[in-house]
Design a protein around this ligand. Structure first.
Ligand code: ZN
Length: 208
């Protein structure tokens, strides 16, 4: 109980061993800024953000979005002398959820931030992979968004599982299970891809 602050700070510290430009815990208002605005807010305004053309289905405002509007971080790639570097943003605060009693709000908010950080680190790993990456930086940068999202979700599920962050893991798993009922092609494909990677049975158990 109330262990999510520690878990979040631990992951913020070791970043699961990844090397990236920075992880920034920012005021919620920053999350609604565009890429340049986000970079400026953390003193990286001199860098241009990398934009990706989407291969395959583009993201849709569907079930995952509605269920997880609280669970949002983002990652921006910038080009520096050392090559591409990733800048991660995690909102400092999470809007109050009436269903969560106020004494649990703080812990619940760290639980969502932990899940968001694990997800964004998954994107970082994918962006840095030299083989099988869903991000292609050669020529016009491109992303296979369905597979990139599936990769990040799977990475976060496995990481949260290993950290013993079972509530966060199960929260991500239930959101993904809800995507199975979506009428949107993007979410159906995402769900199927996640099932192929973690196993449908495991996902179901975690979501129960
Ligand atoms: Zn994502």
């Amino acid at each position: 109980m109330f262990e999510h602050k520690d878990l979040f700070e631990t992951l913020l510290g070791h970043k699961n061993g990844l090397k990236l430009n920075s992880v920034n815990v920012v005021e919620r208002v920053v999350m609604s800024l565009d890429e340049k605005g986000k970079l400026r807010s953390v003193g990286l305004g001199e860098y241009e953000p990398v934009f990706f053309d989407v291969i395959g289905d583009t993201y849709c405002k569907g079930i995952l979005d509605q269920c997880n509007s609280n669970l949002d971080g983002s990652v921006i790639n910038i080009q520096t002398d050392k090559g591409y570097e990733q800048v991660v943003f995690i909102p400092e605060t999470v809007p109050a959820e009436p269903a969560i009693p106020s004494e649990y709000h703080d812990d619940w908010s760290y639980m969502l931030k932990l899940a968001a950080l694990a997800h964004e680190l998954g994107h970082v790993v994918d962006m840095q992979r030299t083989t099988d990456s869903n991000f292609d930086f050669s020529g016009v940068p491109k992303v296979n968004l369905v597979e990139a999202e599936a990769f990040a979700h799977v990475y976060s599920l496995e990481l949260l599982h290993r950290m013993g962050a079972h509530t966060a893991r199960d929260t991500v798993a239930s959101a993904l299970r809800r995507a199975s009922t979506s009428s949107k092609k993007f979410e159906k494909e995402l769900y199927q891809s996640v099932c192929r990677k973690v196993g449908k049975g495991r996902l179901k158990r975690w979501a129960a």
